[in-house]
Design a protein around this ligand. Structure first.
Ligand SMILES: NC(=O)c1ccc[n+]([C@@H]2O[C@H](COP(=O)([O-])OP(=O)(O)OC[C@H]3O[C@@H](n4cnc5c(N)ncnc54)[C@H](OP(=O)(O)O)[C@@H]3O)[C@@H](O)[C@H]2O)c1
Length: 239
């Protein structure tokens, strides 16, 4: 059984991952800002759940909270860096743009750095980053979102290289998710191949157990990834 810490566990993908991991008998450390949701989840899951209210952009507090959870759970085997925000807006105010970068890129990098240092000392572990198909493209309607997912993707490649050089058994899995029904996508229009969160989380849990470098969720998005990579910029500029 594994000890799995999940950021952004109060809703959507993170919540579903918490449920599915705990159903399999794993301990789950759950993080989010909405305390009431965490309490409910703790009630639902029971003894296998350890919860902490945290805004992941507060790095000083985050280090204390991550360590507290690890101590309470008796160690960490997998850290799933899932917390994120997203919105489609062509002309967002700077505050919204900077907040998104702070959560999706800076707090992600901080969590990844923390987990890597922890696993390096332990000599083994698994870091999972919630990227997106958006990491493969740019969009005038989601400049910060697509850029932060590209950042996650690139950062994880470098951390995979680091893991090899420090000779520790640290796996790095990037999840490139397509559209999934969650609060984030509830009001989005023009989506296709939208997966129920249960199905998406099931594929994630399975793929993570295989320690894959990249996971396309759902699987059919791998095909589109290949197509997307072939589309020249002048075509994107017209979409
Ligand atoms: N749904 C999709 O189609 C899709 C596709 C590709 C990638 N993704 C990625 O999947 C991840 C989860 O998204 P979702 O679809 O499950 O959306 P969601 O239901 O809105 O969940 C987002 C989670 O992130 C947490 N979060 C946001 N800001 C935070 C902060 N500052 N500190 C701590 N936690 C924070 C939220 O918790 P609190 O509000 O309680 O803090 C919530 O638990 C995101 O990284 C998203 O970019 C989603």
């Amino acid at each position: 059984m594994k000890n799995v810490i999940i950021t952004g566990a109060t809703s959507g993908i993170g919540r579903e991952l918490a449920l599915q991991y705990s159903e399999k008998g794993n301990k789950v450390g759950l993080i989010g800002r909405r305390t009431e949701r965490l309490k409910k989840l703790k009630f639902e899951i029971g003894d296998l759940a350890y919860v902490r209210t945290l805004d992941v952009t507060d790095h000083e507090k985050a280090e204390i909270v991550y360590q507290e959870l690890i101590d309470e759970m008796g160690g960490m085997d997998i850290m799933i860096l899932n917390a994120g925000i997203g919105r489609l807006q062509m002309l967002p105010p700077w505050r919204a743009e900077s907040k998104l970068i702070e959560v999706n890129a800076l707090a992600f990098a901080h969590g990844c750095h923390f987990a890597f240092e922890y696993f390096r000392k332990k000599d083994e572990g698994h870091i999972v980053g919630m990227s997106s198909m958006a990491s493969l493209l740019a969009s005038h309607r989601a400049a910060a979102y697509t850029a932060t997912k590209h950042f996650i993707s690139n950062y994880m490649v470098s951390y995979r290289q680091k893991a090899k050089r420090v000779s520790s058994d640290i796996s790095i899995t990037e999840i490139r998710a397509g559209y999934i029904w969650t609060e984030m996508t509830a009001r989005s229009k023009g989506m296709f191949w939208v997966a129920p969160v249960e199905k998406a989380a099931k594929q994630m849990v399975k793929g993570i157990s295989k320690k894959k470098n990249y996971l396309y969720v759902t699987k059919r998005w791998r095909l589109l990834a290949w197509v997307v990579k072939c589309i020249p910029e002048w075509v994107w500029n017209r979409i």
